[in-house]
Design a protein around this ligand. Sequence first.
Ligand SMILES: *[C@@H]1O[C@H](CO)[C@@H](O)[C@H](O)[C@H]1NC(C)=O
Ligand SMILES: *[C@@H]1O[C@H](CO)[C@@H](O)[C@H](O)[C@H]1NC(C)=O
Ligand SMILES: *[C@@H]1O[C@H](CO)[C@@H](O)[C@H](O)[C@H]1NC(C)=O
Length: 432
Amino acid sequence: MRWTHAFCIILMTCTLSSLSSSLSINDAQIHYFVAESSTFGPEDFQDDHDNGVEQWQLSKEPAANATGHLVFETVSSLLQHWPNTRYRNGHSIVPGVISPGTLLYHGTNHNVVPDHPDWLATDPEHSHAFCHGTTQAGCWHLTLATTRPLRVLYFDGSSAAKMMGGPLDSQDIVAWGKVRPERTYNERQRIADLCAWGHQYSLDAFIRMEWDFEIMLCNFTSGAKVVSFLNLPELPALEKGIPPSQNQAAFRVLEAINAGHWHDRYPGEERIRLDLTRLISFYDIDLVPSLVADRIGKERWDHRLQGADSADIAAVRRRLARDLVSERLEVSGIDWRTLFRVIIKRYAERLELVQYLLNDANSDSEVFHDEYERAAKVQLQLRIMLTPYILHSSIPIPTSNFSASGLSWPEPVFKECARHTHQQLCLTLALH
Ligand SMILES: *[C@@H]1O[C@H](CO)[C@@H](O)[C@H](O)[C@H]1NC(C)=O
Ligand SMILES: *[C@@H]1O[C@H](CO)[C@@H](O)[C@H](O)[C@H]1NC(C)=O
Ligand SMILES: *[C@@H]1O[C@H](CO)[C@@H](O)[C@H](O)[C@H]1NC(C)=O
């Protein structure tokens, strides 16, 4: 089993390390690299990664406060409904655009285009749930088409869930400079203050998610034109109860939820295009060190931003302001989203299989005759995964004393695997 264990450490650390390295670039530092690239030469990155044999020691666990894996997961889940439902306390704020010609929908009780900030849905199944009027007059359903690229800011997580406990934290910090639980249900104040703040950066809208993705549009007559404003029948009131009654009103709520599910998995909600080079993550321990202590001993569901101190919040808001004013025409052009997918495609299912093989619950004789067979199966999987990095010279040292033989022989495998994914990227960035 020890042999297997050595390989497992390699793979986990190797994967995590390559992920967190590309991540730490992505996570907030990418624009630092890009903006300050003139101060870095390619050799800085080479030095950085070659420095210290220590970095490649397999016996060294990642720092307890390391968040690379959390940044990786949140970044690779942006705009996807299911992961942001599961982990509802958002940790990312990302600028993006909505392309011209995108249709957006708004349900209301009267036929007047709002002259104040208000909500739109990306799917009419969602906005229709807000089409309420009288039985006599019916309700109104507005369709807008964007006429220019809209500048938006996305809050990840279940950021439209009006509840205590964290989903609204990142918005509160942007709108009010701190988490304001007493304003949890004060949606009008929130949209008004977000839009007032965003005006200085020419932001048109904010993106959030609950049943489905929604757009808080600051000005309905700027960058959008009316396609139609239809008078629809008012549906009979939804009867309370579980399961819901069989009337049409019950189905429209279910259809709104169903529309959210269309965006459950990658690529998620595609009508919003994010600029990952300007992503801000509250898991960035350089930017928000005060949250490190706050997360100790907490399950990931319970991570939130309330514990960030005022100096860190000020730093986040400064970075956001800087990112929103700069046009960043000089970005590297690296397609971070695709790179993340490549890593997930290559390793996710393989790691699940290894986890299954290692799980003690699968130790009955139907799966393995004995522990030797289990070890052999795991080792084969790991070897397959690591094939491109297992050097000709990486040969286990035969010994009866594993600790004496050490982990020095597989360390070059770890190093190659970890460097392979990110080094070229760092060089590319440095050259831009
Ligand atoms: C909304 O945009 C229109 C068109 O650009 C502009 O005339 C109007 O003043 C804006 N409204 C507000 C409240 O800023
Ligand atoms: C994270 O952990 C490392 C190593 O234990 C430590 O040097 C560093 O100061 C910690 N960072 C924060 C923000 O606490
Ligand atoms: C195995 O190696 C370790 C480290 O060199 C040593 O401390 C230990 O005594 C050795 N065990 C045996 C049984 O030789």
